[in-house]
Design a binder for this molecule. Structure first.
Ligand SMILES: Cc1cc2nc3c(=O)[nH]c(=O)nc-3n(C[C@H](O)[C@H](O)[C@H](O)COP(=O)(O)O)c2cc1C
Length: 151
């Protein structure tokens, strides 16, 4: 199964520009809360920018929370890549920490704004190397769902 990215990007489009540079399969979570988030049917990596208040609350955009509230979407996430702006100091790319803690997935990478060419090549190389082990981990977790019940 091919790698898939699911990402959110606001109207400032930094994350969208980053994902375009990755040039790999990707689905975008809509900005409008009136639109339904995509329903994902294969393992994927979430890419999420940070929008925290000064106290660190609200780091994860509400559109991403809505997407992750779907149990199927949540269970297929193999890891999170988060982004932000280093001007925010300790809260740089903090959304990834929140998602990792709540959803029990690893933070795979953090990048700033729309990323550098080095970010792009590191993620492309890392994903190609890690995709199979990451998805195997998920398939193991989900195995009980596929166990046949004998009569
Ligand atoms: C209101 C607001 C709050 C933000 N809070 C944080 C933050 O807490 N930590 C951080 O690293 N970046 C923060 N950022 C920076 C964004 O995460 C960064 O600009 C990101 O690239 C936006 O992605 P997007 O253009 O795809 O939406 C904030 C930006 C805004 C506008």
């Amino acid at each position: 199964m091919e790698p898939l990215f699911v990402y959110y990007s606001s109207t400032s489009l930094n994350t969208h520009r980053f994902v375009s540079k990755l040039d790999m399969p990707a689905k975008r979570i809509p900005i409008s809360m009136k639109e339904e988030p995509p329903l994902i049917e294969q393992p994927y990596i979430l890419i999420c920018p940070t929008y925290a208040d000064d106290d660190g609350s609200k780091a994860v955009p509400k559109q991403v929370i809505k997407f992750l509230n779907d149990p199927a979407n949540r269970s297929l996430m193999v890891g999170v890549i988060s982004s932000g702006n280093r001007n925010f100091g300790e809260l740089f790319a903090y959304a990834g920490d929140v998602i990792a803690r709540k959803c029990n997935v690893p933070v795979l990478y953090r990048f700033e704004l729309s990323g550098t060419p080095s970010d792009v090549s590191k993620i492309r190389a890392g994903v190609n190397k890690l995709w199979r082990p990451l998805t195997q981990k998920i398939q193991k977790t989900q195995q009980p769902l596929h166990v046949k019940v004998s009569a």
